[in-house]
Design a protein around this ligand. Sequence first.
Ligand SMILES: [Zn+2]
Ligand SMILES: [Zn+2]
Ligand SMILES: [Zn+2]
Length: 305
Amino acid sequence: MLRTSAWDGWSGAPGRPHLPSDVPATRSIRPGRPWIGRSLSTGARAEHAGMTSAHHLYALPEHRRLDLKARFPRLTEQQISDQLGRTLQLRGAACARSDKRRGHLPAVAILGSDERWHLRLGTAMICSNAARMFIDLDVPAPTPGTVIPHSFRTRFPNGSVGLERPGYRPDWDVVLTGQEQRPDLVPRAERCPINLDQGDWAPCSVVSRSDWKGRKRNLYIAAAGPMCHACGDSLGQDLHYDRYTELITGLLCNECSSHINECPHPAGCYQADYLNAPPAAHLKERYYVGGNRDDRKRAVGSPAA
Ligand SMILES: [Zn+2]
Ligand SMILES: [Zn+2]
Ligand SMILES: [Zn+2]
């Protein structure tokens, strides 16, 4: 639902519906293209004249405005503002909290007969169904000796597995041992692969000297806790940073990481509250954006930083 928002095309990825109106007037103008004239929007002309009608953008605190402009260097202020206006219509007075909570219950890693660690969230094994959304959390806790059927194919509520007929044998079985471990101490390579990146596993807190992101993530967890610094409803996974200052703002869950930058509200919703004053932003750690580790989204055709 939210994933299909119009902002998804903002990076200017090929095949997205926003081209060519996405292409700002200030660059990449090739002669002879019929849309060039239209791309000099009223907003762009207003900026040239030292004024703007980008009121949705200018309603935001200055640091959020600068961050959005740095995120979408190929869009004019008018285009960003119009997109904020459309999102405002979709989201109403406040951004709604997601009902997809992840990593929100006490969790423990349990060693299996395959010598991998499997995650128990509350009483449920999160690898018991390849489709995270179908996992029933209200089940009895497994005990040593419990067999967990593993498959990369979805087990639907009616019992069918992927495209196979009901009763089809799962891909492999794992017998749980009695050995338990704190999830954040388990290296990624030793974790069960089913639903590994669905947001329930804590990021590994044991980091090497060269793992700059892991080290900084640990600092932000120490400052404001392991739950998402914006919603508090799900486990924090990724560092969020300001694209203008390149300073890390905090740790977000998967859901907030995907959508928080689209929040059009100057204040009055949990996403705006976070963006306005992230609880661990005082650490002012720099997000590493140099060299070949730069994983920022970059507009197609723009030069490497
Ligand atoms: Zn909002
Ligand atoms: Zn497993
Ligand atoms: Zn969140």
